[in-house]
Design a binder for this molecule. Structure first.
Ligand SMILES: Cc1ncc(COP(=O)(O)O)c(C=O)c1O
Length: 484
């Protein structure tokens, strides 16, 4: 039986698309020599590749999820106005239904919410606590003089585990930490749904409830990053017996009722572009409200186009449909199962968002200082035209003294944006990465040639150490003479 309940006579677990294709986009698979040239011109950084050189864009699901016919249709009826747009009130009402919250502050994307939260609540010297950090969240907190500490339970950092909710907090440690820092010195406690940097791992509803009770008893603000909520909702419904009979909307409302503030990137949640902050507290709303016109735009659009707000409104509604939110997790699982057949080390259980390769185990001969995950990203691109994302040491910030901060996990993420790829794309990805695994000894390390101070993974450039990329290309041509 598949995760969505459909049973195949063959007994196979095949991810089944619960949608049909109505519009397509041509993609190009360049010959391997041109792929090598493209990644070298991009400074070994997949963010700097041109999309026309990419075959399968597995960088992220941010703003790249497929939209539905109903979302596109809704864009046509958007109410264009600077202030008081009907579209805003429609979206506000939907968020109230889904999260049960009273107030909604729109923003242009997820990190914009983090900027507002940081300006409203982070004071120099204060601490933000999180299950695990996200790159932009950490950058906004530290930029304003705060620090961020991570209190994920130990299973969260074990790449292979049988734990179904690896995004959970270590509750004892959370209580001890709140007590030792003191509630007044804590800007907020943050829960990130579908914990991104540890492999899209979900947080259980019980853990959220326990964190909420603790924060309420200690008088600490609790903030929820719901950007990856869709996958997390799917996992709560399908992995936790207690909630199997709850509707997705009931689970959403329950979660949001535990939080003081819920924010999200609508590039992820709701398959549109934009973001927003929801709360039921008039005081918290007041504390953030004036920052919206300052940083984002007027209170009824917050930097979003009204067309995107209409698309988001429908997308949020569609997120309450199990068939819709099942699509990424079941395709991630299909990709993961294929890769496991070739013994490729992965983060397990599979999370949402994408399949995560453990680059430390894939490339044990490359020291973390030489960015194994970044090296693997470039190697994957050379052999397949697939754009993946480094989520390891290159994505970390250096320590204050300038020394390298080695990531606790060196991951390569193969994102599976919602409803974008077919099963044959997934099989192609698995085939090429399996070839690469057989030839992994050819892969070498990387070094920075241009290293920005902030969020260096976005714009930084790296060069391979030695000529391993040319050797990889030569071996690929030996085995795949077409070069494709
Ligand atoms: C968990 C999480 N929070 C925040 C963000 C930031 O959102 P945005 O890219 O819309 O700025 C992201 C984006 O990937 C994310 O995954």
């Amino acid at each position: 039986m598949t995760n969505t309940g459909v049973q195949f006579f063959s007994g196979k677990n095949i991810p089944l698309e619960m949608h049909k294709v109505k519009m397509v986009q041509k993609i190009n698979l360049l010959p391997v020599e041109e792929r090598l040239k493209a990644i070298q011109e991009a400074g070994g950084n997949s963010f700097l590749l041109k999309n026309r050189d990419v075959f399968l864009d597995m960088l992220t699901d941010s703003g790249t999820n497929a939209m539905s016919d109903k979302q596109y249709g809704a864009m046509m009826v958007a109410d264009d106005s600077y202030a008081g747009s009907e579209t805003f009130y429609k979206l506000e009402k939907t968020l109230t239904r889904i999260f049960g919250t009273q107030f909604f502050l729109p923003t242009h994307q997820g990190r914009a919410c983090e900027n507002i939260l940081a300006h409203a609540f982070v004071k120099p010297g204060s601490t933000a606590i999180t299950n695990y950090h996200f790159t932009t969240t950490m950058a906004h907190v530290t930029r304003l003089g705060g620090k961020m500490i991570e209190l994920i339970k130990k299973e969260g950092l074990e790449t292979t585990s049988t734990d179904k909710f690896k995004g959970d907090y270590d509750l004892d440690l959370l209580e001890e930490t709140i007590d030792s820092i003191g509630p007044d010195n804590i800007s907020f406690v943050r829960i990130e749904a579908g914990t991104n940097l540890i492999g899209g791992q979900p947080v259980s509803l019980e853990n959220m409830e326990a964190v909420s009770n603790l924060c309420r008893s200690k008088g600490v603000l609790l903030v929820f990053d719901a950007s990856l909520l869709a996958d997390n909702l799917f996992f709560i419904k399908t992995r936790d017996e207690k909630f199997k009979d709850w509707s997705i909307e009931e689970i959403s409302r329950k979660i949001a009722s535990l939080m003081d503030i819920t924010y999200f990137s609508a590039r992820k949640l709701g398959c549109a572009r934009g973001g927003g902050i929801c709360t039921s507290s008039p005081e918290l709303f007041e504390a953030m409200r004036e920052l919206i016109p300052l940083f984002e735009g007027f209170l009824t659009y917050g930097g979003m186009s009204v067309r995107e707000m209409e698309a988001l409104n429908v997308g949020l509604d569609e997120t309450m449909d199990l068939d819709v939110i099942s699509q990424t997790p079941i395709f991630v699982e299909a990709l993961g199962n294929e890769l496991l057949k070739a013994n490729i080390p992965l983060v397990t259980p599979f999370g949402g968002l994408g399949c995560h390769i453990d680059a430390k185990k894939f490339l044990p001969h490359i020291a973390q200082e030489n960015y194994p995950a970044a090296a693997l990203v470039t190697a994957i691109f050379i052999v397949s035209g697939i754009r993946s994302m480094e989520r390891g040491t290159m994505s970390e910030q250096r320590n204050e003294d300038g020394s390298e901060h080695l990531a606790s996990m060196e991951l390569v993420r193969l994102a599976v944006p919602k409803r974008v790829f077919t099963l044959s794309h997934i099989l192609f990805a698995a085939d090429r990465i399996s070839w690469l695994f057989e030839n992994r000894d050819l892969i070498g390390g990387m070094e920075f040639t241009d290293e920005p101070k902030t969020l260096r993974f976005f714009l930084g450039k790296l060069a391979p150490i030695g000529d391993w990329q040319e050797k990889l290309l030569a071996k690929f041509l030996e085995d795949m003479p077409s070069g494709l």
